[in-house]
Design a protein around this ligand. Structure first.
Ligand code: SAH
Length: 325
């Protein structure tokens, strides 16, 4: 009900309350994460995603260890203390390859956190990566409703597997992030309510939500994109459900609405994840159409972000930015 009939008054009220909660835990500080998109090879065929295996128009790339370390170096100088390695499920990145990358990042930058967002792997694999030094793992649940999950993914991807992964990541000791797309095909308000319930029960350290945006080379190419406004409202609700959660104002939100990130922060978000990938590959990691890739150097992006957030009373900080208990 709350979600179905939301009004601008309710949005404003929730945002105010959510901001208060965020301030109690994090003050006016915004954490930044350097997002390094390490590969767009993927063995999966998610119906919504632009880097799905069957997309023949996707120009594939993967970054070497040295390229990833170069991104970290640049990021460290810009004040990033978290590096997020995200990518498709690319079998090139075996545990051995990844563990070596993680160990090198952690030995060169012991004051930094490493976050992984590399999809589903075995428990043993998650454990090895954790033992190598990875601190956090982002794996969106995409939807908390099994029937809905099955409409967004081919048979090879199972809702129960996704849940298994999330549970085990937590057991191992990662700070775990889940999340979902707002306005994905077949989503209903009841499903969104279940997503919120899932967040309450699973109690993740982070939650990434962003509007669904169609991609021209996917089966969902003609589907309507999600609403930035509803995304912003849901950010507030998530902040109120779990006051100390790490909550990013995502790239997808910034893509749909030029002021999306600011609106997200004003609705209770406290994390932003600027792109640290090499300029040469940024256009290739196209999860959805028109994904922001300004062609701007990372340094310029960070300066710009700092300025924009300062204008609304927030301060970008150089800190690992762990979840405050
Ligand atoms: N392979 C990794 C990383 C996926 S990309 C994994 O499986 O976790 C990160 C997120 O982008 C996905 O979890 C999904 O929620 C989001 N995403 C993918 N396609 C999208 C689209 N068309 N619109 C909006 N978000 C999308």
């Amino acid at each position: 009900m709350l979600i179905k009939n939301y009004s601008s008054e309710l949005m404003a009220y929730s945002a105010e309350k959510a901001r208060e909660e965020a301030k109690k835990h994090y003050g006016n500080e915004i954490y930044i994460r350097g997002l390094i998109e390490i590969s767009n090879f993927c063995k999966n065929d998610c119906y919504y995603c632009g880097i799905r295996k069957s997309n023949k128009n996707c120009n594939r790339y993967r970054l070497s260890k040295d390229e990833i370390l170069e991104c970290c170096k640049e990021g460290y100088e810009l004040g990033f203390r978290t590096f997020v390695l995200q990518g498709g499920e690319d079998s090139y990145y075996t545990d051995e390859v990844l563990c070596e990358i993680i160990r090198e990042i952690k030995s060169e930058y012991p004051d930094c956190a490493v976050t992984l967002s590399l999809g589903e792997r075995s428990k043993e694999s998650y454990q090895s990566l954790f033992d190598a030094g990875a601190d956090r793992y982002l794996l969106r649940h995409e939807t908390a409703v099994k029937e809905h999950y099955e409409k967004l993914h081919p048979d090879s991807l199972k809702f129960d597997e996704r849940m298994r992964c999330l549970r085990q990541l937590k057991e191992i000791g990662y700070q775990v992030g889940c999340g979902f797309m707002v306005g994905s095909p077949y989503q209903t308000t009841e499903y969104l309510a279940k997503d919120l319930k899932f967040i309450e029960e699973f109690s993740p350290h982070m939650c990434g939500i962003g509007p669904f945006i169609s991609h021209k080379d996917t089966p969902f190419k003609d589907e309507k994109s999600g609403s930035a406004e509803l995304t912003v409202f849901l950010l507030s609700l998530i902040r109120l459900i779990k006051p100390n959660i790490l909550l990013p104002a995502t790239t997808a939100l910034g893509t749909l609405d030029e002021k999306g990130r600011e609106k997200g922060v004003l609705a209770g978000a406290n994390v932003v994840m600027p792109n640290l990938s090499p300029l040469s590959v940024r256009k290739k990691y196209m999860l959805y159409d028109n994904k922001i890739s300004t062609g701007q150097e990372s340094a310029q992006c960070v300066e710009d972000l700092k300025k924009r957030l300062k204008e609304i009373g927030y301060k970008v900080v150089t800190a690992r930015g762990d979840c405050k208990e």
